[in-house]
Design a protein around this ligand. Structure first.
Ligand code: HEM
Length: 126
């Protein structure tokens, strides 16, 4: 059999699982991009709400719909994950959580902290 024929030809993607550290890493990038895209919206909301009592009502009316609230909650959750994951990254830059075991644990902990903060964001938004 030639080498070419021995190549895997039927790669079952469902058998491939990413380690939690890889998921934490890609989510950190995704949450950074989401934060970048929506930081303008948040600043606009803040400046509108602080501009005058009428502006405050405008901002309050804007975020009154279920869908807008859901997007706002998603934005805040992404920001929270980015901050929590970012602190984990900075700890790693200092030499902590660098081996597989502590890296896995710290990724799990960062997901749990983000979950709690996302719940809190939901309470604030709704
Ligand atoms: C407006 C606020 C922010 C925006 C738009 C933002 C966006 C981003 C983006 C797009 C990346 C690149 C991700 C990648 O290439 O993998 C990044 C990386 C990073 N961010 Fe943020 N970020 C913000 C705030 C923060 C905050 C508050 C922290 C504090 C913990 C933080 C910590 C980090 C760290 C440590 C990295 C590097 C991660 C790595 O080494 O892969 N960021 N950020």
């Amino acid at each position: 059999m030639t080498k070419k024929n021995q190549r895997p030809i039927n790669l079952d993607l469902q058998t491939i699982q990413f380690p939690i550290t890889a998921i934490a890493s890609i989510l950190h990038r995704i949450s950074g991009v989401i934060t970048f895209v929506f930081v303008g919206v948040l600043l606009w909301l803040l400046s509108t709400s602080l501009s005058s009592p009428k502006g405050f009502m405008e901002a309050a009316n804007f975020i009154d719909g279920w869908f807008v609230k859901f997007i706002l909650w998603g934005m805040l959750s992404a920001l929270f994950y980015h901050i929590v994951g970012g602190i984990r990254h900075l700890c790693q830059d200092l030499g902590y959580f660098e081996d597989l075991e502590s890296g896995t644990k710290s990724a799990q902990v960062s997901f749990i902290i983000t979950g709690v903060l996302a719940l809190l964001a939901g309470v604030i938004v709704w």
